[in-house]
Design a protein around this ligand. Sequence first.
Ligand code: GRF
Length: 189
Amino acid sequence: MKKLAILISGRGSNMEAILRNVKDGFLKDVCRVELVFSNNPVAPGLEKAEKMGFHTETISSKGKKKDYYESQLLELLLSYEIDLIVLAGYMKILSPLIVDAFPNKIINIHPADTKKHKGLHGYKWAFENGLDKTKITVHYVDNTLDGGEIIAQREVDISDCETVAQAEAKGLAVEHKLYSEVIYKLCKG
Ligand code: GRF
């Protein structure tokens, strides 16, 4: 059983999809979610996780020096002997302090092809550039912005979407499946 930490900052729809699969689905026998962590104590995802019976922890990053905040986070993650850190809408860039402590053990999901678009607002970027498809990407986190090795990608046809919100809804449905599938493979080795 691999020990997971899921890091969020907001609504946590990817987290919720993963937690469902851990609770009653195909991730049940391969991993255990030790904690759902947020740097934002009022992240709506925290309440969702608690309602589903998962353990949550928060360390507010607000107003803290990054080094100090991350040393607290590192201590927390080490104390749980985490095997895989799953970033799911975690809005802070991890610094080498944490990345180097967990080589190839931190993954992230991104709404676009990380070779073509890095950073925020992937669905907006795809929609506004008139792309027919966006390529949801799951990648390892290294010390570059969205530049780590790609683990899996899945195309989503957004050509019929009339708004960014529609493109996002369509893409998120795919994210919710793809992320758990990747976690399953990584946990199985
Ligand atoms: C997702 O679109 C994910 O690809 C990106 O941030 C968003 C998080 O959404 N990294 P949620 O919090 O999982 O609903």
